[in-house]
Design a protein around this ligand. Structure first.
Ligand code: SAM
Length: 356
């Protein structure tokens, strides 16, 4: 597309310094492409220079002319949320824009700071415009809570829904984010743990959710057997759908209910590996995890929240003490890492322990 614009004509060799001077007084029309011929450069400008602007220019550049010409429009490149909202939100509030958003399938989730609450629709629309693959924008309306570890959302923009299909490391997850727990921020951890599994191991996923640990393990290890427990009936329904979606019906068995009685009644002493991603209550389940592990030993993937980033050692010691109360011991600390900050001064830590 072309557009007529007033411009500065200057010899090509003076081009760079002229652009610099025009930039300083904000005169360049950045929506149009500068054009050139053999000797001359034509720089499109926003408006007829004022007397003062003209005087400034004359001091810095010589032998230029102001005329009108036709220019090619630049492709509009919107880079950031801030740029997109610059004219829609007061400048002093732009610094409060959220720096990150979670994307689950085609849903974007943001946390809107109190100062920006009145602009939530504008913010949602800008996110839709910026991310062409996003169809729905929601904002967090509550913390994650309850036994099922779910939160509520406010609808901001796009299609009004909370269900989607999410892709992670080659596995597909159908889910409703208002009914089940899922965090895309754990994708690397899901992948780390599932890549450790080999051959015909038996796995117990104590708090499986919709299956982001269990499903890749089952998919990548057809000889392995995975028992996946969750107390949230909705999570189990989605897990069952995801088992079919990823064709892992042969080696993944879902169990709905409280992990404690289920382990006691059905899954005692069978596991080479237990995954226990319920950081807020993990301590209460150490003895049941030990009960699931084979008599000859196995590995526990344990998650906990810590407040002090230097207290990883303390959490390890407490885990060992709990294990000893069950009559077993921690053979080896295999791994410990802060995997994310979940709130100010709250870190989720991943531990791998070999127990005997
Ligand atoms: N492992 C999944 C993941 O990484 O996305 C889900 C983790 S989520 C933090 C914890 C899950 O544990 C929730 O789905 C919740 O319903 C389930 N849960 C809570 N208490 C439970 C219990 N006593 N027995 C079994 N599952 C439980």
């Amino acid at each position: 597309m072309c557009e007529k614009s007033i411009c500065i004509q200057i010899n090509r060799e003076k081009g760079e310094s002229t652009i610099r001077s025009l930039n300083k007084i904000g005169l360049i029309n950045k929506k149009l492409k500068i054009k050139k011929n053999q000797n001359q450069l034509y720089i499109p400008i926003n408006h007829q220079p004022t007397f003062l602007e003209l005087e400034t220019l004359k001091k810095q550049i010589s032998n230029f002319q102001i005329l009108t010409s036709t220019f090619i429009q630049k492709k509009q490149q919107i880079k950031t949320l801030e740029e997109l909202l610059a004219e829609k939100i007061p400048k002093y509030l732009l610094k409060n824009l959220p720096h990150s958003l979670d994307i689950i399938g085609d849903i974007a989730i943001i946390e809107i700071p109190a100062e920006l609450k009145t602009y939530n629709q504008v913010l949602g629309a800008a996110i839709l415009e910026l991310h062409k693959n996003i169809k729905t924008v929601l904002s967090k309306a509550s913390p994650i809570k309850g036994d099922y570890r779910v939160r509520s959302f406010d609808f901001l923009c796009g299609e009004n829904r909370t269900y989607t299909t999410h892709l992670e490391y080659g596995c597909k997850y159908f889910l409703d984010i208002s009914k089940v727990y899922f965090s895309p921020r754990l994708s690397q951890e899901h992948n780390r743990v599932s890549s450790l599994v080999k051959g015909n191991e038996v796995i117990v996923d104590l708090f499986a959710g919709i299956g982001p640990f269990s499903i890749p393990i089952a998919k990548n290890n057809p000889e392995a057997r995975i028992f996946s427990i969750d107390i949230n009936p909705e999570a189990i329904e989605f897990l069952k759908k995801n088992i079919r979606l990823n064709r892992v019906d042969n080696n993944l068995v879902p169990f709905e209910g409280d992990a404690r009685p289920l382990i006691k009644e059905h899954l005692t002493g069978i596991a080479d590996r237990v995954i226990m991603n319920l950081p807020e209550k993990a301590k209460e389940f150490i003895s049941i995890a030990c009960r699931a592990i084979k008599p000859e030993g196995g590995i526990i993937h344990y998650y906990e929240f810590i407040q002090d980033p230097d207290s990883i050692g303390e959490a390890q010691d407490q885990f060992s003490q709990q294990v000893e109360k069950t009559g077993r011991i921690v053979d080896k600390f295999l791994f410990a890492k802060k995997i994310r900050e979940t709130a100010p001064y709250q870190y989720q830590v991943a531990f791998d322990f070999k127990i005997h």
